[in-house]
Write a protein that binds this ligand. Structure first.
Ligand SMILES: O=C(O)[C@H](O)[C@@H](O)[C@H](O)[C@H](O)CO
Ligand SMILES: [Mg+2]
Length: 403
């Protein structure tokens, strides 16, 4: 099962995606998602200059050995660019192995732990009413869970809210970073009203999630967690920047609101203290940023020891390749929690034909050998790359702030 070719496909059907294709001598090939929103070309360079030439001639079946060759062998370990490259190779190799075995990836992992995968939708609005209208729409589509984000009175542009009602929000929305203003006080005074309105309108059964995008200090996050306890959120996500894992000790002391962390993490080491101290409830690192199947399943297993479940990142800036592989993983993993779902555009889905299906608020995994996602290279060529950057965030006094 020798690797005879490996190359990167950059395409931008509405937004940028980076896909790795690894081809073996037998003709069997696998694909991986190497998309890192706003830093796509860094991963392309890392793969093309430092990884792919070293893969040619290697045995594609030796997934674990290649993973360590790319992780330990790099010397410069971890980090989002490195691990997006390692993840893409890993996903492509697992795709090849499952195809060679003639089975869907979830079977190779250990078979089904569930028939379908619960998802959550993004419901955003410029104000509370606008958000409630989106919740109404998505509940009608069968979603059991919604992430609610709304504009905040007195803050001009809020990250995570679509520019126009009913549209998806696109994080990377300009060539160079746009500058957003932020006020923690205005946000903290407003957001509990959003959850109160959702519970008032839709009752207690609907799972309600919210993403803080790293913007609070630990004590502010503790204040928010306490304030929203009456609305029993499914999770409060990324409430503080998590480089300092110890911050979560303070938050945990003050609130029972479940906490989700990890979409910007890229290895098990980012989680260790958080899990061993049971400071969080969901791990978010997607397969395309956390070292692929090989490493993320170790994160999931460590999490399981501490009653922590998976809740993979799944915005439109992870490609259908990552989503397809995630649905196989979600179908197998014993400590599954929930899967994020921001539907890709029709033009994106045309570039990435796939066999997963969405119905009644859930994903249903496909039965094709591999992860069930392919790339139409001819169509991909029609969408040239165009740099797109995530915004930066400043406090009202101009201080450059987290987001
Ligand atoms: O929970 C989420 O879906 C994320 O927070 C996104 O909004 C990210 O910010 C985006 O994926 C960055 O590229
Ligand atoms: Mg998030």
């Amino acid at each position: 099962m020798k690797i005879s070719d490996a190359y990167v496909i950059v395409t931008s059907p509405g937004r940028n995606f980076v896909t790795l294709k690894i081809v073996t001598e037998s003709g069997t090939y696998g694909i991986g998602d190497a998309t890192l929103n706003g830093r796509e070309m860094a991963v392309v360079a890392y793969l093309e200059e430092h990884v792919l030439p070293a893969l040619i001639g290697r045995d594609a079946s030796r997934i674990e050995d290649i993973w360590h060759y790319l992780y330990r062998g790099a010397y410069w370990r971890r980090g989002p660019v490195t691990m997006a490259a390692v993840s893409a190779v890993d996903l492509a190799l697992w795709d090849i192995k499952a195809k060679a075995a003639g089975m869907p990836l979830y079977q190779l992992l250990g078979g089904k732990s569930r028939e379908r995968v619960m998802t959550y939708a993004h419901c955003t609005g410029k104000d509370i009413e606008g958000c409630l209208a989106e919740v109404e729409k998505h509940v009608k589509l069968g979603y059991r869970a919604v992430r609610v984000q709304s504009g905040v009175p007195g803050i001009p542009t809020i990250y995570g809210v679509a520019k126009r009602e009913g549209e998806r929000y696109e994080p990377a929305d300009s060539d160079l970073p746009a500058e957003h203003a932020w006020s923690t006080e205005k946000y903290l005074n407003h957001v509990p009203k959003l959850f109160a309105a959702v519970r008032e309108r839709f009752g207690d059964e609907l799972h309600v999630l919210h993403d803080v995008h790293h913007r609070l200090t630990p004590i502010e996050a503790a204040r928010l967690g306490k304030a929203v306890e009456p609305y029993h959120l499914f999770w409060l996500e990324d409430c503080v920047p998590a480089e300092n894992q110890e911050s979560f000790r303070l938050i945990r002391q003050h609130t029972t609101t479940p906490l989700a962390v990890g979409e910007v993490f890229n290895s098990i080491h980012d989680y260790r203290e958080l899990l061993e101290n049971q400071w969080i409830d969901y791990v978010r690192t997607p397969l395309s940023h956390g070292g692929g199947i090989t490493h993320v399943r170790r994160i999931a297993d460590l999490a399981a020891l501490y009653h922590v479940r998976t809740g993979f990142h799944g915005p439109t800036d992870l490609s259908p390749v990552c989503l397809g592989a995630a649905i196989h993983f979600d179908t197998w993993v014993p400590n599954f929690g929930i899967q994020e779902h921001m539907p890709h555009t029709a033009e994106t889905d045309a570039v990435f034909p796939h066999d997963y299906r969405f119905e009644d608020g859930h994903f249903l995994v496909g039965e094709a050998p591999g992860h069930g996602v392919d790339i139409d290279e001819a169509l991909a060529k029609q969408y040239p790359y165009k740099r797109a950057s995530l915004p930066v965030n400043r406090l009202e006094d101009g201080t450059l702030w987290h987001w």
